[in-house]
Design a protein around this ligand. Sequence first.
Ligand code: PHE
Length: 336
Amino acid sequence: MSQDEIADLLAEAEELLENCASAEEVEALRVKYLGRKSALTAILRGLKELDADKRVEVAREANLAKKKIEKWLAEAKQKVAAAPRQVTRIDHTLPGKRYPTGKLHLITRTVDDIVDIFYGMGFEVALGPEVEEEYYNFGALNFPPDHPARDMQDTFYVADDVVLRTHTSPIQVREFQKRKPPVRIIAPGRTYRQEAISARAYCVFYQLEGFYVDHRVTFADLKGVLTAFAQQYFGADVKLRFRPSFFPFTEPSAEVDISCFLCQGRGCRICKHTGWLEILGCGMIHPNVFEAVGYDAEEYTGYAFGMGIERIAMLKHKIDDIRLFYENDIRFLSQF
Ligand code: PHE
């Protein structure tokens, strides 16, 4: 092997060893350049066949080359040992990938929870149309023809005598027409009012109507049922307050407040420092409603109540803007 050939061999070895990425590659190169079958080993083995003067020269060259390669091998070994391992390792403690799942809208959940409670007290569920005849929405419910709620301001009119229902009370009339007492029903549904949109009012919202007609149904029954509901839904400590109010289709009428379950009645921002939260309207069904559906008001009495679903969900979950229910922002909805 000539001196030039040794120089070429060294240049090649240096470059390959510099680009080694693993200990296995370094070992393969050690075998290639210094192993039993390598060119250098062959030279060193053949020394004894050479002339004495030539032998010294070649031996010096070959030993020098061997030293260089050994040095590069040691460097390459160190480099690959320090480099991060390329091995893929599985971390068994990592949490698994979560696939997004859908969930029920908070309004649906709230309706379901409230329906469950009344279902447990013997109420049946009934539904009615959202596009409703003026007669069911107002007339049969004892609204006088000139009542301000019929005004274009509050009611979406679809035709002269057809409206988007402004409350779930027309379902009372529809069910009374279909049935004879005893009638014990809850009726959830979507309602519409042409109102200025704000944090507290929206043009679409949900109500849940409840009504019970039978012999000798009294206001005390109404109080009992509503108290049982509120204690199941908001907590056993909750107290109820009935304030006199007015609805055309009930007499007497009341609005019901619950003691603020956030501050236990001491007063806070949510209850506007009154200690009370309004949750529904109610009363004893007006004899004129019974007359409109052909029930004998001398024989039967009944109560009715209606609550705003968003308002109840807002209180329970401390939500301060009703519009959030209708914006379909997943960041809001996924919290519930
Ligand atoms: N329908 C009434 C409203 O929308 C609520 C109500 C229902 C009041 C039943 C009394 C009885 O405000």
